[in-house]
Unconditional design. Sequence first.
Length: 195
Amino acid sequence: MEIREAAARIRAGEIVAIPTDTVYGLAADPFQAAAVERLFRLKRRAEDKPILLLIDSRLQVERLASELPPAYHWLAALFWPGPLTMILPAAPCVPVRITAGSGTVAVRMPGLPLVRRLIRAARVPLTGTSANRSGRPAARSAAEVRDQFPQARLAILDGGRSLSETPSTIVDLTGEPRVVREGAVPAGAVLSCLK
C-alpha cells in the first residue's frame, strides 16, 4: 500500500498499521470517535489508558496543547524528529477518549520521514499506539502485525522491519518535568537537558 491509499483509508475512518522510528503503530484519525473506539477494541486496551498522537510539525502541537512549557521547546529542538514523547496539557479540541480523561495529551514527532509524509497526506495528527494486543510484545514488522491481529484484515503500510524494538521515551511536562518511561532516548540525556 502507498502513502496516498493509507491516508485515504485513515480519512475514511479506518485503522492502518504503520512503521515508525521505533515499533509499528496503529494509525487512525483521533478526531473520528468510531475509529478510536475500533482502535480500543482491536488492541483490547484498558479504558483508562490514553493514546499518544504522532505529529509532523510543531504547529500541530500548538493546536493540541493548551500550554507549551519552556522545557517543551528545549526538548523539541534537541530530540525531534525522534523517539521522544512529551505529555502536555491538552487543548479543548483533543477528544476525551484520546486523553482518557486525564486532561493531558502525549505527542511525538517521529523520526521516520514516511510517517511524517503520511500525517501530512491524512491532514490530521495520527494515533500512534503500538501495533499489538495489550500486554503482548510490540510488532516490529508487517508480518508480526498480521500475527497479532489475524482476524482483523488490517491495512498495513509496510516499511520493512523496525530498526529498533525499543519504544519512545516519555517525559511528562505537565508539572515538574519527569521521565515516565525510559526508551530509545536515554533518561539521562533528557534530564541533563532540563537542568
